[in-house]
Ligand binder design. Structure first.
Ligand SMILES: Nc1ncnc2c1ncn2[C@@H]1O[C@H](COP(=O)(O)OP(=O)(O)OP(=O)(O)O)[C@@H](O)[C@H]1O
Length: 232
């Protein structure tokens, strides 16, 4: 079976004016299989967001090999990369990043504006179904401003999943939520990821969230290490 993501020896270096280049990722090896649940913990500044941006085709490695479903990413150029990201990757962020002034339904429909064929024409029905799936069928016309943090994150999850991505990347998805709401958001993310057979990569500071993943890693000054075993 082809791995969904395969990184070997990936580095990320940035040039800083009048200073030595900064190595943010340093020889990262990582394989994510389809449908797998992976967590990455690490201190602030250890390179987590940089890694997530590379996994999500928002940024490119400086060196090393990265294959997305068996295809070297350097061979996926500009427009093709945008299309693949739109179709195959769903993002969930700490601060939800919903469009203000747009209803929950409009927010969830947004990714479908870039879809083709049936998905595009059925966008309203698909977004409605997805909001029902996350328990917000009664808030379709609500603006983000009037929703609670947990509800906003559920809208963001519906938006991330509505195109049926193969990969969900969640950057501190519980960071702005209380413990109980955060736990229910992770429950939901895991459920909808499993239903869609999507892999889920969660970046988190929270050991309780990390402990729920099948495969756990720790990022330490740009180096990725396996962390405490495989969850039961
Ligand atoms: N484009 C850039 N130019 C200069 N420095 C950068 C750039 N991008 C990231 N960095 C630095 O690289 C380090 C890693 O950044 P990154 O955002 O990946 O860390 P993080 O682990 O996600 O941190 P946090 O948990 O605080 O969000 C930080 O020290 C950051 O300041």
């Amino acid at each position: 079976m082809t791995a969904l993501l395969r990184l070997s020896g990936v580095t990320k270096t940035v040039r800083i004016p009048d200073a030595a280049p900064l190595t943010i990722l340093d020889g990262v090896d990582l394989v994510v299989e389809p449908g797998e649940r992976v967590s990455v913990v690490g201190r602030s500044g250890s390179g987590k967001s940089t890694l997530l941006n590379i996994l999500g085709l928002l940024d490119s490695p400086s060196s090393g090999a990265f294959e997305f479903e068996g295809v070297p990413v350097e061979r996926i150029g500009g427009r093709a990369r945008d299309l693949r990201r739109g179709a195959d990757v769903g993002f969930v962020f700490q601060q939800f990043n919903l469009l203000s002034g747009r209803t929950a339904l409009e927010n969830v429909m947004t990714p479908l504006l870039y879809a083709t064929g049936r998905r595009f024409w059925r966008r309203r029905a698909l977004a409605t179904e997805m909001l029902e799936r996350v328990g917000l069928g009664h808030r379709l016309d609500s603006l983000p401003e009037v929703l609670s943090g947990g509800e906003q994150q559920r809208v963001a999850i519906a938006r991330a999943l509505v195109r049926g991505p193969r990969l969900i990347l969640a950057d501190e998805p519980t960071g702005a939520l209380d413990v109980e709401t955060g736990a229910s958001v992770i429950d939901l993310l895991e459920e909808v990821a499993a239903e869609n057979d999507a892999a889920l990569v969660v970046i988190t500071h929270d050991p309780a969230v990390a402990a729920r993943s099948e495969v756990r890693y720790r990022l330490d000054a740009g180096r990725l290490h396996a962390a405490a075993g495989v969850a039961a």
